[in-house]
Ligand binder design. Structure first.
Ligand SMILES: NC(=O)c1ccc[n+]([C@@H]2O[C@H](COP(=O)([O-])OP(=O)(O)OC[C@H]3O[C@@H](n4cnc5c(N)ncnc54)[C@H](O)[C@@H]3O)[C@@H](O)[C@H]2O)c1
Length: 273
């Protein structure tokens, strides 16, 4: 169902790899709500070709951009402005990559070169996108930027590895840059801290299936799906949330504020003799 919440709005969506990606689901919802979109992903991800299917559905150009490259980000922003004939109203940063997880390195033994790359792609890239957009005056007044995070930024999930540090940094960049962009142009910047969902990035975390099940049991409403997350992003891009900025917004069925649930107690209590 469409409410036309994004009618007339233009945006960039980073990170749609395949139809399970949160960015993919969000692009579909934004299109349904009337937005015009530019899609972007790393050149290596684009070679898989899936994103072109999405591009055809939402009628969007696809512009390659490795977010760890200043040049790529500038090129993306200037091509997007050319395409729209002006600035954008929203940006979704839906990007994560842990090189140490990929290489099977335990958190206590990470490689710092890989770590620097992971933090750059997963967190400082938000700074790079915002700084480039600010320099090129690419985000319209009252624009909205959302980046996706995870509660490992606040609490320990041992197998989340260096991504916990990346998410803490991402949330900090969102707050710090959010201040400056609000003062300069009323642009708001927030992170959405999402429930686990089975995607390429999500499934990279060790023991992911058991973990999804645990999160489901620990969330009074159950895990939030990618489509639920897409709805939340639409609301954050709409004019209904103009005064929300510099926040980390939990979108997790209540997981973040739950101490324990009956479902968890029942699953762990020793069975009666
Ligand atoms: N899946 C989950 O359980 C979960 C939970 C909370 C938050 N998140 C976050 O949601 C976001 C999207 O992840 P997803 O679960 O949809 O998985 P996904 O694998 O579909 O998306 C991750 C995207 O990051 C892109 N990417 C990686 N390196 C890049 C680079 N150098 N330049 C540009 N793009 C690059 C990938 O190509 C991919 O499209 C990530 O930030 C992730 O940490 C995911």
């Amino acid at each position: 169902m469409s409410y036309n919440l994004l009618k007339g709005k233009k945006g960039i969506i980073f990170g749609a790899l395949d139809e399970r990606s949160i960015a993919w689901r969000t692009a579909l919802r934004c299109h349904e709500e009337g937005a015009e979109i530019v899609l972007s992903n790393a050149p290596v991800a684009m070679r898989m070709g899936e994103i072109n299917k999405l591009a055809a559905i939402v009628n969007a150009p696809v512009i390659a951009c490795d977010v760890s490259s200043n040049e790529d980000v500038s090129n993306l922003i200037s091509k997007t402005m050319e395409h729209f004939g002006g600035g954008v109203d929203f940006i979704l940063h839906s990007i994560g990559m842990s090189i140490n997880v990929r290489k099977g390195k335990h958190y206590t033994e990470i490689d710092y070169g890989f770590n620097a790359k992971s933090l750059d792609i997963s967190a400082m890239s938000l700074h790079r996108v915002l700084a480039t957009a600010m320099k090129m005056d690419a985000i319209n007044e009252w624009g909205s930027v959302v980046a996706l995070s995870y509660i490992a930024a606040q609490r320990v999930f041992p197998d989340y590895n260096e991504m916990a540090d990346a998410k803490a940094l991402l949330e900090s960049v969102s707050r710090s840059f959010g201040y400056h962009y609000a003062v300069k142009k009323h642009v708001r910047v927030n992170t959405i801290s999402q429930s686990p969902v089975r995607t390429t990035a999500g499934s990279g975390v060790k023991g992911f299936d058991g973990f999804m099940d645990y999160a489901e049991k620990m969330s009074p409403l159950g895990n939030a799906s990618s489509d639920d997350c897409a709805n939340y992003c639409v609301m954050m891009f709409s004019d209904l949330t103009r005064m929300v900025t510099m926040q980390n917004l939990f979108h997790d069925g209540g997981f973040s504020f739950t101490g324990v649930t009956e479902a968890v107690i029942n699953a762990t209590a020793p069975s009666a003799p």
